[in-house]
Design a protein around this ligand. Structure first.
Ligand code: ATP
Ligand code: MG
Length: 337
């Protein structure tokens, strides 16, 4: 297998809030493989955007190492550093995101083209901006290129953001879908376009969402990483992860997805949590952060040690899970049943 395009190794990230130190990411390690569609899923506040910013170099980790094509990014200098910055682009999928209201679409997209010396003349710039607008399906280009952001719809503005990210010819795009983005048709249209871009341009996509149903659909040929309170609790190939979820938290998220087939709905395992309360990041439980809510919780193990991501022996080996009961037991006994 070829070298991963991005590797995160033991990433921690804290934020200071007054006198408190908030541990937002803890011991995050995973690879992003070239040309894959990797989806990070989890509830609001679990650290998805922070992870995306760390991947794209917008935010340094408190500790841990990020590798780009095998090289530690903190050691990159000069041309190599510029290449990393250009190669990994993040798109915040927020329809209210600020595109400068005083600039036309042409101004916005041509600026990075000139800045990074991809073009030198106004003619070349206009040609390249038109190509990029076509790539993101903003056609006919003449109807869009000289407009201001307020003259476009929310969906069109999102496409402009994507076209702008493509100016640097990135090899990785981190697409961060905001919770506030409620319009399903826009979300699906954008994702469909990202999939096409991946095939056309050979871009690796890291898609960030709170919506497991969307992750399941778009990352069906790829992988999903499930996050809970700043850690990855389950990671692997989507089809296996969905068919045979190991972590109780993944099972809970999955049971919330409606199924068109009533038979499937009846056969779904419904997990009764011991508690609905999500702990605060500043008061994280000892051991596994999920243990106060977990129906399989093993006393003196789950509340003491932090489980690492491992492939359980009794599975087909495609999904890693950070859960002691899931790693050891074939038939799990639910507390209270
Ligand atoms: N710059 C910052 N300073 C202080 N705290 C921060 C900062 N950025 C993020 N946080 C905190 O880190 C935690 C994780 O935030 P993050 O934005 O990564 O979550 P998320 O999974 O993307 O959530 P959402 O689904 O709502 O976008 C939150 O508790 C947030 O308040
Ligand atoms: Mg976020």
């Amino acid at each position: 297998m070829s070298e991963p395009v991005i590797r995160l190794e033991n990433i921690y990230r804290n934020f200071k809030k007054g006198r408190e130190v908030v541990p937002v990411l803890q011991d995050i390690s995973f690879d992003v493989n070239s040309l894959e569609f990797l989806c990070l899923v989890g509830e609001s506040g679990c650290g998805k955007t922070t992870t995306g910013k760390i991947i794209s170099g917008l935010l340094p980790p408190s500790s841990g190492t990020i590798f780009f094509e095998g090289k530690d990014i903190s050691k990159l200098r000069g041309k190599e550093q510029k290449r990393y910055r250009r190669s990994v682009q993040i798109i915040h999928q927020d329809p209210y995101a600020s595109l400068n209201p005083t600039q036309t679409i042409y101004d916005m997209i041509s600026y990075p083209l000139f800045h990074h010396k991809f073009v030198r003349t106004a003619n070349d710039a206009r040609r390249r901006v038109s190509e990029l607008l076509e790539l993101v399906d903003l056609t006919p280009v003449e109807d869009v290129i000289d407009k201001y952001p307020h003259q476009l719809s929310g969906g069109q503005r999102q496409r402009v953001s994507i076209a702008r990210a493509l100016t640097t010819e990135p090899s990785v795009i981190v697409a961060d879908e905001s919770v506030s983005m409620v319009d399903v048709s826009i979300r699906i249209g954008l994702l469909q376009m990202m999939m096409d871009l991946r095939d056309q341009l050979g871009v690796t996509i890291v898609f960030i969402t709170h919506d497991l149903a969307l992750a399941k659909y778009f990352a069906w040929q790829g992988r999903i990483g499930v996050m809970y309170l700043g850690r990855i609790v389950e990671l692997g190939k989507t089809q296996q992860l969905i068919a045979n979820p190991q972590h109780p938290y993944t099972k809970v998220l999955l049971s919330a997805i409606p199924e068109p087939d009533p038979e499937k709905t009846r056969n779904k395992q419904h997990i009764q949590l011991r508690s609905e309360d999500i702990p605060r990041l500043t008061e994280l439980p000892s051991g596994c952060s999920f243990h106060p809510r977990c129906p399989w919780y093993i006393e003196n193990t789950c509340d003491v040690e932090v489980p690492q991501l491992l492939i359980p022996q009794h599975t087909d080996g495609e999904v890693e899970v950070a859960c002691f009961p899931a790693q050891t037991e074939k038939e799990l006994v639910l507390h209270g049943s």
